[in-house]
Write a protein that binds this ligand. Structure first.
Ligand SMILES: NC(=O)c1ccc[n+]([C@@H]2O[C@H](COP(=O)([O-])OP(=O)(O)OC[C@H]3O[C@@H](n4cnc5c(N)ncnc54)[C@H](O)[C@@H]3O)[C@@H](O)[C@H]2O)c1
Length: 345
């Protein structure tokens, strides 16, 4: 039987609240059980009179925005993260008569928040959007920070805009229906956050883990919204992670690949003398501590991984990685290939 949401529709008492400080585009991220029921208050704050809710979740999990609205069903998954979906959504917005002063709500995983965010950023050259991320990965990462994108046949996330939401509601009750593998997927991003300033979150309640990761991301995005410097640190573990996703034909979920990439980043930083053996071991322990496998799949070709990592968008000068070091994580260019190969175990 499908688990149904808790019956009490009253808002959670005291959710964690984190502000993404972007001046007049600042917005809150609320985290806790039941925060989806705060949607009407957030819609009122935005001042929207009509709303389209794009939801990949079942009706009982799709909150009422409290104003005249239309629910447009969506499907999570990379397959629907396309320009065709953006067009379908924008046509639904137009059909419902959304104006520039109205709003769109997304309710689903990171694929849905990404595609709805892009549609909202393009419709009428930008309309308010509120995200209700429903996976752990989308709550700790994808829904916060304003990056939106869709895929082309040529590659992932190739078309997008920066479009900040007006609010993000991370309802931890959504996570009660999440399959175990999707939960682990989110923990890949939490594991990498350990090494870029979120601290040791192992064993803490999930709402605290999400709040710490969102607070870290909010700080980084406020300092470097458009990814010209500091925001690179969010890609800790991602250079190998992205290469592994491609090399395995996306058999590995993003967070699983980032877990492997995080353990690798520790080994590489150790080989380069940037961190001591205890810190290298900590990478392994943190990744396994979140239930993730830190080892590379045995069937991946290391030559292919190297070639893919050379094409990474951060790789402006040779093989480049975000690595831990005496002054914290930073982008390290021109890492010698033999050292990278030694760390690929
Ligand atoms: N914009 C950003 O800054 C950013 C950052 C990280 C990742 N992303 C993007 O996020 C996407 C990955 O997001 P994802 O991992 O959430 O994947 P997803 O959206 O595909 O969702 C994963 C699976 O979880 C299911 N699901 C969602 N919510 C559920 C719930 N409450 N209960 C049960 N099942 C549920 C979905 O049906 C799907 O099968 C990628 O496309 C990635 O590029 C974006």
């Amino acid at each position: 039987m499908r688990p149904s949401p808790p019956p009490d529709p009253s808002p959670a008492a005291d959710p964690a609240r984190i502000e993404v400080a972007l001046g007049e585009r600042a917005y809150p991220v609320l985290i806790g059980p039941g925060v989806r029921h705060r949607l009407p208050a957030e819609i009122a704050r935005v001042g929207a009179r009509r709303v389209v809710v794009v939801s990949a979740r079942p009706p009982e999990w799709t909150p009422d925005p409290g104003v005249p609205h239309r629910v447009v069903p969506a499907r999570d998954g990379e397959h629907d993260k396309t320009l065709a979906t953006v067009e379908r959504l924008c046509r639904a917005f137009a059909d419902f008569g959304l104006t520039r002063t109205d709003a769109v709500v997304s309710c689903g995983g990171g694929t849905t928040t990404d595609v709805v965010g892009l549609a909202a950023g393009l419709y009428h050259r930008g309309i308010a959007v509120i995200h209700l991320p429903t996976t752990l990965l989308a709550q700790v990462d994808a829904s916060v920070g304003g990056k939106t994108a869709v895929n082309l046949q040529e590659g992932k996330n190739l078309v997008g805009v920066y479009w900040q939401p007006r609010a993000v509601l991370c309802d931890t009750e959504h996570l009660t229906t999440l399959p175990e593998r999707e939960r682990r997927n989110g923990y890949g991003e939490i594991a990498r956050a350990h090494f870029i300033g979120a601290g040791d979150l192992r064993g803490r309640p999930v709402a605290e883990q999400i709040a710490a990761c969102v607070a870290l991301k909010a700080r980084v995005v406020a300092a470097d919204e458009r990814d010209s410097g500091l925001r690179h640190i969010l890609n800790y573990g991602h250079t190998l992670g992205h290469a592994l996703e491609v090399a395995t034909g996306f058999r590995l979920r993003h967070g699983e690949a980032v877990g492997v990439g995080t353990a690798f980043a520790g080994r590489l930083a150790g080989l380069l003398g940037r961190i001591d053996p205890a810190r290298v071991a900590e990478h392994h322990e943190v990744v396994t501590g979140y239930g993730l496998d830190p080892t590379l799949p045995s069937d991946v070709d290391h030559d292919e991984l190297i070639a893919l990592m050379r094409r990474d968008k951060k790789a402006t000068s040779g093989l480049s990685f975000v690595l831990d070091g005496p002054t914290g994580p930073e982008l390290v260019p021109d890492v010698p290939e033999p050292t990278v190969r030694t760390a690929l175990v």
